[in-house]
Ligand binder design. Structure first.
Ligand code: SF4
Length: 441
């Protein structure tokens, strides 16, 4: 799935759910420099002995803009690809100078549509990445691809660069539903693209699917699931359609051109997804993500485990030791900042989560995962006893069948997934409420 989607989802939910008691301090040194950008967070403030586990790379080009999309992606700017890659090369160099040469376990190239880049441009990108990192710990290297912009030449370049997993934005196998989303591919292009990936030796393949598309029925959603299973994907990301502010889809919905799917239908689709995919051997390991055994997306699990990750490219968001920062969301400003005489990483947002706000956020991220908050691990990473903080809430929600405590972990039940937003808000609140007592000790 889109990295951006995870980050945006977390950021927006966290912002609305974060109790006001949490103060998100700007790091002390975070004054904008002469270029108008924030400096990268100082590594001296990072946790001791903590690794960079993941690298995200954002490529913002798309052929056209899908109507529901609020990711940072631009149609019709491919003529700037060379200047963009010049800038990205500089950003990698600045990252190496600042953070050292990272040894990530996972890499994810997302967008946008990274495979819109030409084979030569992709080869250049592979070279930049491989120069900037050490690959001794690397196990998973994913790229997002549009079924329409994938061919054997690109597949071989990516494979030679180390890519071993591809995530295709299939979204639906119904021509009518793809038209509603204004996707530029058709259902037949998905199996063709998957065959190309496999013929290049890349057989670990995710398909993104969207449910709750206007006009979609439970039967047509089931057809999409069955088709994805037939195609032998190893991983499926199934997200409900979101009406983000400022998208064409939202504007059309507000104009009354169509009605959003009813909540009851979406809930039925959610329940059906779990049942249908379980039959086919897929395990739901996160609220919206399903994988065959051993095929969970390690990169995304790093996000849900609040592991440190670097991020390169416009709008990309990095995280390390409670620091979270985001690059400028503009192609022109990104290129200008990095291709300047004195290049800078164009950071436009930075925050430092500390103490209980940091651990509360980690708790709700982990609750998204099927394994939930593993109490021993949580204690080891944070020094906090999550059960001591959450015991009242756990009692209340366990009695309602929404949370379960087993094998030393707190996790959402099936019913809890459907109301996860409310539970997450209460978890954050519980961490916030714990703070005053802590200070009094
Ligand atoms: S292909 Fe993906 S990033 Fe590009 S416009 Fe469509 S949804 Fe957005």
């Amino acid at each position: 799935m889109h990295h951006d989607k995870i980050i945006a989802e977390l950021a927006s939910k966290n912002d609305s759910q974060r109790p006001k008691i949490f103060e998100l301090a700007l790091p002390q040194a975070a004054q904008r420099d002469q270029s108008g950008f924030f400096p990268l967070p100082a590594t001296a403030e990072f946790d001791v002995n903590s690794h960079i586990d993941a690298l995200y790379v954002h490529i913002p080009f798309c052929t056209s803009k899908c109507h529901y999309c609020d990711f940072f992606s631009l149609a019709g700017h491919l003529d700037q690809a060379d200047a963009f890659l010049d800038a990205m090369g500089k950003e990698f160099e600045l990252h190496v100078a600042h953070f050292g040469q990272a040894s990530p376990e996972t890499i994810f190239i997302g967008g946008g549509t990274p495979t819109l880049l030409s084979p030569d441009a992709l080869a250049r990108l592979m070279g930049q990445i491989n120069k900037a990192i050490k690959t001794d710990r690397l196990t998973e290297f994913t790229i997002e691809a549009n079924p329409n912009t994938f061919d054997i030449e690109r597949a071989k370049v990516l494979r030679d660069g180390g890519v071993n997993r591809i995530s295709f934005g299939a979204q639906s196998f119904s021509t009518a539903e793809l038209a509603v989303l204004q996707r530029d591919h058709n259902p037949e292009s998905v199996p063709i693209a998957m065959d190309i990936a496999r013929s290049a030796g890349i057989d670990n393949i995710n398909l993104d699917l969207i449910f709750g598309i206007p006009g979609q029925t439970l039967a047509s959603w089931d057809h999409n699931l069955v088709r994805a299973i037939e195609l032998n994907s190893t991983h499926l990301s199934c997200y409900g359609l979101m009406y983000e502010p400022n998208t064409l889809m939202t504007a059309r919905m507000k104009r009354g051109e169509f009605a959003p799917a009813a909540d009851e239908l979406e809930l039925a689709m959610l329940a059906h997804t779990r049942a249908r995919l379980a039959e086919a051997g897929f395990i739901r390991y996160e609220i919206s993500n399903y994988a065959l055994a051993g095929k969970a997306c390690r990169h995304n699990v790093h996000y849900w485990q609040a592991r440190n990750h670097l991020a390169v490219g416009p709008s990309a968001a990095g995280y390390h030791s409670g620091f979270r920062w985001k690059n400028v969301q503009s192609l022109t400003r990104y290129i200008d900042a990095l291709n300047a005489a004195t290049p800078v990483v164009p950071v436009t947002e930075i925050e430092h989560l500390t103490g209980l706000s940091r651990w509360g956020e980690m708790a709700i991220l982990q609750l998204r995962l099927n394994e939930g908050i593993v109490l021993n691990d949580f204690q080891q990473r944070t020094g906090m006893d999550a059960m001591a903080i959450l015991h009242k809430l756990v009692q209340r929600y366990s009695a309602m069948g929404l949370l379960a405590v087993r094998d030393g972990a707190i996790s959402l039940s099936e019913a809890g997934v459907a109301v996860s937003d409310t539970i997450f808000a209460d978890v954050l609140e519980a961490f916030a409420q714990f703070a005053p007592r802590q200070r009094g000790n």
